[in-house]
Structures are given as C-alpha cells and as structure tokens.
Design a protein around this ligand. Structure first.
Ligand SMILES: Nc1ncnc2c1ncn2[C@@H]1O[C@H](COP(=O)(O)OP(=O)(O)OP(=O)(O)O)[C@@H](O)[C@H]1O
Ligand SMILES: [Mg+2]
Length: 503
C-alpha cells in the first residue's frame, strides 16, 4: 500500500532519518513499519512520529491578527486543503538485491514512494519462524509473532515488568505453545517454580491436564542419601572448609554403615551425637546446629519426591507449587535443589532439554544480598552461565529487575519487557537490555497491559507486540478489594442473624 512520498528537509533524508508526506488516503501510525527503495535495495523503517503541518498556521502573528478582525483563517481561505501529514521514519535495515538483510548506508531519495511494510516482508525482517512459538501480533500490523525456539530460549529469557503488567499471562501463553508443540519440531520439558499457585489451572484444563504434573511444596522431599557434600555446602553457605571436611567424612561413614539402606537427616544427627570421627567438639556442635536447622524445614527425607524421572519429561509441564510455604529459606532450598539436579542430569543427558521457569526470580537470585540469604543464587547464576551448552534454559520473571542478580540477568540474551513506569526500573532496563534506544524506553512506560517489547537474540530488531489471548484456564487466586469487603460484611451479617435466631 502506497502511503506517502519522501520529502527533502534541511537535514533529511539521511541514513538515520527521513520524512515523507502522506498521500490523501494514506493511513500511518506511530510505531508502524514502512518500506522504501534506495540504490542498496528495500529499506525497512519504523515510523517514529507523525506530524501535521499547515502553512496557513505557521505564523503566530497572522493567525492572531485574523482572529482580532473577528474572522478566522479557515473561513477566508481554503486552509483545510493545505493541511498535510508528515511521517518521520527511522531506517532499521535494508534488503539488498540478493535478498540479504544489512544495515543501510544510503538514504532514500526525495520523491521515492513509501509503502506500508508487507506481512511477509515483516515476518522475514524480524526473523520469525513459521514453526516458532506464537506469542502475539506485531503492534499495528496484522503479523503473527512466531519466535524460533532456539533463538528465544537457548541463551535464556527474562520477562520483566511492573506488577500487573501481564508477565504471568505471557508466561502461560509461552507454556501453551511449548505444550502444544509438535514432536517433530522438538518438544522440551518445562519445570516451573510457581510462587503464588497461579499456574495450577493447567492441571484443571482438559487441553493440558494430561501433560501437567503438580507438586505441592508440602510434599516436596529431598532424599538425603543422594546428597553430596556439595549440596550441603549450598544449603548451609556459612559452613567453613573445616566443617565441610568433617561433614564429608561423616557422610561417607554413614553411607558405609547403611550400605543400601536409606537414611535421613535424623539418622545423620543421631550419628553425629554418638560420633567418634569428629575430634573437635565445637565443630561437632556447630554442625549439629546447622543440620538440625535444615531438618526443621521438613524438606528432607529418605527419597526424592518427585524423583528425577518424574520431575521432567518431554512435553511435560511440572509445576512446583510452593504457595503453601511461607519460609523464604525453604523456597530457596527447593529452587536450589531442583536447579542443581536439572543441571547435573542435563550434563549427562539423563533428562530431556528443559526450560526452568522461575517466577519472582529476584527472590531466588537476589543482587547484593549475603550468601546465607541467597541459597539458590549460585546455581541460577551457574545455569545462566553454562546452561546453554547442556540445553538447560532459564526463564527468569521479575517485577524488580534492579534486585535481580546482574550476572544472571546479563546472561539472558532475550528480554521481553511489558509495562514499566518506575523511572529507576526503566533506567536499569535501558542499561541491561541491549538495543533499547531512548525513544523505545519512553514507549515502555506507555504500554498497555498485555503489550510487550522483545529485544535480543530472538528477534533481528526490537519489536513491540500484543500478547495473544491465552487458551488455558486462569487460576483465580485473588478477588477484588470490593469483593473481599462485601464477603466479609455478608459473613458478619450471617453471624449476627444466627445469634439472633439462637436468642
Ligand atoms: N495479554 C493480556 N490480555 C488480556 N488480559 C491480560 C493480558 N495480560 C495480562 N492480563 C490481565 O492483567 C492482569 C495481570 O496480569 P498478570 O497476573 O499476568 O500480571 P503480572 O505481571 O504477572 O503481575 P505480578 O507481578 O503481580 O505477578 C490479569 O488479570 C490478567 O488476566
Ligand atoms: Mg505474575
């Protein structure tokens, strides 16, 4: 569709910007994409703004003078006819004559016709994949956003936005796509840390229930016999080298004594009480304190629940619903254990490639917090650094990117950003997400719920899109404040009715 013609201004067209006057019926909106030819090929450009101009209204004094005479310019002159709309566009890249995408080094000539970018053109321009994950539609264009699985996930994904902007909604859409994916395009496993029990709707939805497995926090167990000293060091970060060495000896001793019979932390504590191996009594007593604290979490037992084989399967969504736990430490221990199990199992390919989704990631990999209060940070950072080699991918979701480990976040090569208004968060996102210009950053704060920006590995150029409607059932955990107040009043009234009836 022909929408305009390139005009010549004092400083444009240049390689960075050009202006075009819109045709009579040409419709163009800020944020849309246009195409224009140059010697190099077909330039694709983003419309940064649309301006209206009218020479009749250019001079303040003449507009005022006419008004003073009691008449208006519009009555005396055909001023409507002289209103033009001018688009300001930023070239993003050019398809050269052999159809390759490159940076543009030559501006379009004044007089060149400007067209609305075509569907197929945009699909290829952004690097979408016919068999990719369908997450939504390019804003203002009827083009499906289908992101290539490898490009989106292999080098990790971060979903960042303020509370209520639609992070969990988008994550559900992503999960749907992964669950519905055909086997011949590659099906991976998903393990999702669900802090608020928001995803259990998948287990109640006919479409997805067969492939969804929910583990509640209270049933989660860590099998002590399979724990190496390394795990204990992770759960007890404050343990010294000496204490760790002694614990290693003790564990070896218990393994030998028990042979094939399983044991738990109670057995380990009992052995410690009657121990002859550890010479120093203060080492013994401090280890006793540490292990008793771990034991008190109730997370440790004879066997793992779920077992590694149940934890992840191709095309299976495993929801670790820890909404019933209140202790931050317990939640971190669970995340840390799962993370390390997945990492080690992927290294020897015992399990399928996995996407490890962590909601409220800033609570599990916090920045600038002491090691003791960040038990799971180590393994999350390790997966972020090394996971891609073993096809273990992270999806970190956070409404406080400032509080999220920079090591982990900087390894997430694709960022999807929804609405953010806090200036500190915006500034941080501008610094940590590559390819975000000032102009793009400004748009982030004006996004509506469900509108998103994707930048990084998954797309050739930063792109705004509208998240598609989800198909899965939403779990209604929260009710509105009005509803809560009404329900409370009803309860009060019914109590007083019952009391009266009784009297
Ligand atoms: N793309 C969308 N289309 C329609 N409704 C949406 C969309 N995205 C989000 N919503 C609605 O907006 C509300 C908030 O969304 P969601 O729970 O995903 O936000 P969030 O970013 O995860 O918030 P929090 O940080 O509090 O977890 C929900 O009621 C959800 O249904
Ligand atoms: Mg959420």
């Amino acid at each position: 569709m022909h929408v305009g013609t390139v005009i010549s201004t004092a400083s444009t067209p240049s390689t960075e910007k050009f202006h075009f006057v819109l045709t009579e019926n040409g419709e163009i909106k800020k944020g849309q994409f246009v195409a224009v030819r140059s010697e190099e090929g077909n330039i694709i450009a983003r419309v940064a703004d649309v301006i209206r101009v009218n020479p009749y209204f250019e001079r303040a004094e003449s507009v005022r003078e006419f008004e003073r005479s009691g008449k208006s310019l519009t009555e005396l002159f055909p001023s409507d006819r002289w209103e033009y709309r001018v688009g300001e566009a930023v070239p993003l890249g050019v398809y050269n004559t052999s159809g390759e995408l490159q940076r543009s080094f030559v501006p379009p000539s004044p007089g060149e016709k400007v067209f609305l970018a075509g569907k197929e053109e945009l699909f290829n321009f952004f690097g979408f994949d016919e068999h990719g994950l369908f997450l939504g539609e390019v804003l203002h264009h009827n083009v499906e956003v289908k992101l290539n699985l490898t490009r989106l996930l292999q080098k990790h994904l971060a979903i960042l936005a303020m509370s209520g902007a639609g992070k969990s909604y988008l994550t559900s859409v992503l999960v749907e796509e992964l669950l519905e994916r055909k086997e011949n395009f590659g099906k991976i496993g998903i393990v999702l840390i669900d802090t608020h029990g928001e995803y259990i709707g998948f287990a109640e939805d006919e479409r997805y229930m067969h492939n969804t497995f929910v583990v509640e926090g209270k049933d989660f167990k860590i099998g002590v016999p399979s724990l190496s000293p390394q795990f204990f060091a992770e759960f007890i970060p404050q343990m010294s080298a000496v204490q760790r060495r002694e614990l290693t000896k003790l564990l070896a001793h218990l393994h030998e004594e028990r042979r094939e019979r399983p044991f738990d932390l109670n057995d380990l504590l009992e052995m410690l009480e009657n121990d002859k191996i550890i010479k120093k009594s203060d080492t013994r007593s401090i280890l006793y304190t540490y292990l008793s604290e771990l034991n008190a979490t109730g997370l440790f037992g004879y066997y793992d629940n779920p077992s590694l084989d149940k934890l992840t399967r191709p095309g299976q969504l495993t929801i670790i619903d820890i909404s019933d736990l209140t202790s931050q430490k317990e939640k971190q221990i669970i995340v840390s254990y799962i993370g390390r199990r997945l990492f080690e199992a992927r290294r020897i390919e015992r399990i399928p490639p996995v996407l490890f989704v962590i909601e409220e990631a800033h609570n599990y990999a916090p920045e600038s917090v002491k090691r003791e209060a960040a038990i799971s940070r180590g393994i999350i950072e390790k997966i972020a650094r090394e996971g891609r080699k073993f096809h273990l991918s992270l999806c970190l979701i956070s409404q406080r990117p400032i509080n999220l480990s920079t090591t982990a976040l900087s390894q997430c090569n694709t960022h999807i950003i929804l609405r953010v208004t806090n200036p500190y968060d915006l500034e941080h996102i501008g610094k940590t997400s590559e390819g975000i210009t000032r102009d793009v950053l400004k748009t982030i704060s004006s996004l509506q719920v469900g509108e998103a920006l994707v930048v990084g590995e998954a797309v050739n150029y930063p792109l705004f899109f509208k998240v598609r409607k989800r198909k899965s059932k939403k779990t209604e955990r929260g009710i509105s404040l009005e509803e809560a107040a009404k329900r409370f009043m009803e309860k009060l009234n019914s109590i007083s009715r019952d009391a009266k009836a009784f009297m």
